[in-house]
Write a protein that binds this ligand. Sequence first.
Ligand code: F6R
Length: 248
Amino acid sequence: LPVTVYEDQREASVAVARRIATLIRSKQARGEQAVLGLATGATPVGVYAELVRMHRQEGLSFENVVTFNLDEYYPMLPTAVQSYVTFMHENLFDHIDIRRENIHIPDGTLPLEEIHAYCLNYEQQIEALGGLDLQVLGIGRTGHIGFNEPGSAPNSGTRLVTLDDLTRRDASRDFGGKENVPRKAITMGIGTIFKAREIILMAWSGKKAPIIKKAVEGEMSSEVPATYLQLSDNVEFVLDKDAASDLT
Ligand code: F6R
């Protein structure tokens, strides 16, 4: 697996933001749309901040950009402070010139019986645009990518999933206690992520070092969903020194 290690998270985030900007500009030059798969959480915050800076200071336009977020808690109101809708608007969308109709984030308000059709449609919307050009990922301490927890199938699609206990514990600070963290989420599948033409998985800090070691060097297994990325020819791990510190 290609692994690039940076001195710190800031340098790494700037490098990833530059790659995204290059993709957007090359698509623009050809009169095409760039289709981006986006993640939330602490990991991509610096990437989004750098993209906002490039928009403000370097004229980077997102007019030709379409985005699909990986996941959303379920149930979750878009207006809640913990929603991934709120996160994406605060960290990126409110500060750039993306068209509102080009933003896609799984809907955490659907009645249960509508979720299956909604998820199929999410996949179809991605396909109809020619697929994801680039998928940005973080990694959870369970080895999840998106919210594909241990046990997820390599060919899984967008669906409703149950969150792992460790994932809910890691989210408990945002919710003021684990008991307030939703038990479920809607997530793109491993199969959905895999179809992206380029995948960048980012991880920072020593807290992620053990799971990064498993993901990169461990045996492929549904117990660590990120190990499936070992099968992809289009994936790169972008790490800071601390997240890479257990790699041999
Ligand atoms: C978020 C997502 C998750 C996170 C992962 C790491 O959209 O899909 O897989 O990337 O839980 O979260 P942080 O970055 O907060 O450590």
